[in-house]
Design a protein around this ligand. Structure first.
Ligand code: HEM
Length: 387
């Protein structure tokens, strides 16, 4: 259950809180209701983010050796940082992703997406199958991120492979041989990042100038390269897939009666790329009247919180602008709330505005398939063809 079934309907009954054992026998407290998820996110002193990046399958010694061979270290920097260094690091990243800097990328991104959509429309017109993940969603967020924060001069494919390997290594149920292969991939890229952290411009230089150690610069870049592009690629893929099944929404977009921004929010509510996020109880406490012991791993079911009938009028329906649509917790909340939310929204709005017309009259040849993972959906492909 912890790795499958996150997308299930709210008709499936769940208690507000449930203790669920994972594949290695560790218990997690799964939180299903919007109000309780919010309560946890709003109180980082009681519910610390320290376990956010912990490997859900313990990494065996052989794989740890591979990582150590690459001098792999991941000190708390952003998502898992409850130390006093967090606000300063977050502030520098937030500056690089400031809404005005994000807005300045919009014309460039629109031009790029428009150009691609023209090519994809021609392929569809010719009766060819088109993979909207590979041809559209996969690299766009990385290209934009590179322009905003300056990234190591690595080929797009290498960064994507590294990021997906990291999501698998830390959040998937795994066997030892796979962990070894993933550790090699992640370790290799960590070496690239270490060099870039010492010499690169943009965000790396800003962190260095503020006195942060090489390990912190690497840690921040590591997290950004994973969270700052792979998540949005996944979201674009899942949203486009969902829109193929929503002809009325597409008709509304065409007619101008449905706002693109509302489609993006409803998409984040119903198709979040990050389905759960973790916290750990720092002290003995209570949640929703239930006693929770210090050290308990808490799995916040963000995707289900977005479908809570206490918050949304029609939880299962894709109705842009409906009551509660924007109250989803897809970006978390509180002190660690996603610092790239504005960027992800801008990218999704451009893709919806430009690419939704491609979906008219297509049939799905290959829906996105998502592997077992505690947190990330990681769709692998989305192939359509004109019927
Ligand atoms: C649809 C796309 C995205 C989703 C759904 C998403 C979701 C999330 C979530 C759930 C968290 C944890 C929040 C919490 O603990 O309360 C988070 C944190 C974070 N995200 Fe995103 N994210 C997305 C895109 C991005 C992008 C584009 C960037 C940057 C380029 C980014 C950078 C970050 C950072 C730096 C944090 C850690 C913030 C902190 O701890 O202070 N994310 N994101």
């Amino acid at each position: 259950m912890l790795f499958r079934g996150w997308g299930e309907s709210v008709d499936e009954r769940w208690p507000d809180l449930a203790t669920v054992a994972d594949h290695v026998g560790v218990d997690h407290l799964v939180v299903t209701r919007h109000a309780l998820v919010r309560e946890v996110l709003a109180d980082p002193d009681t519910w610390r983010p320290d376990n956010a990046l912990d490997a859900v399958t313990p990494v065996p010694v052989a794989a740890l050796r591979v990582l150590a061979g690459h001098r792999f270290r991941l000190p708390p920097t952003l998502a898992n940082n409850s130390t006093p260094s967090h606000p300063a690091i977050r502030g520098i990243v937030a500056e690089a992703l400031h809404p005005t800097r994000v807005a300045a990328q919009q014309p460039w991104l629109t031009g790029l997406v428009r150009q691609r959509v023209t090519g994809l429309a021609a392929a569809l017109d010719a009766g060819e199958p088109v993979d909207l993940y590979a041809e559209l969603a996969a690299d766009l967020p990385l290209l934009v991120l590179a322009r905003l924060v300056e990234l190591p001069d690595a080929p797009v494919g290498a960064v994507k492979d590294f990021a997906r390997a990291a999501l698998e290594l830390f959040w998937a149920p795994l066997h030892a041989d796979r962990q070894l292969a993933l550790a090699a991939e992640v370790g290799r890229f960590h070496t690239v990042l270490r060099h870039f952290a010492a010499t690169g411009g943009g965000l790396a230089a800003a962190l260095r100038a503020d006195g942060h150690s090489a390990d912190v610069v690497v840690g921040a870049l590591f997290f950004l390269l994973v969270a700052g592009q792979e998540t949005t690629s996944q979201f674009l893929t899942l949203l486009l897939h969902r829109l193929t099944a929503e002809p009325e929404v597409r008709a509304g977009l065409r007619a101008g009666t449905v706002a693109v921004a509302d489609v993006v929010e409803e998409g984040l509510r119903l198709e979040p790329p990050i389905v759960t996020w973790r916290r750990v109880a720092a002290v003995d406490t209570t949640l929703g009247g239930t006693a929770v012991a210090a050290g308990t791993s808490v799995v916040l079911w963000l995707a289900r919180a977005g479908r809570d009938p206490a918050v949304v009028a029609a939880p299962e329906a894709f109705r842009p602008g409906q009551r509660g649509s924007r109250r989803h917790l897809a970006f978390g909340a509180g002190a660690h709330r996603c610092v790239g939310a504005q960027l992800a929204r801008m990218e999704a709005a451009v893709v919806v505005a430009e690419a939704a017309p491609l979906l008219d009259g297509v049939s799905v040849v290959r829906p996105p398939w998502c592997p077992d993972n505690l947190t990330f959906r990681m769709p692998d492909a989305f192939v359509v063809r004109r019927s």
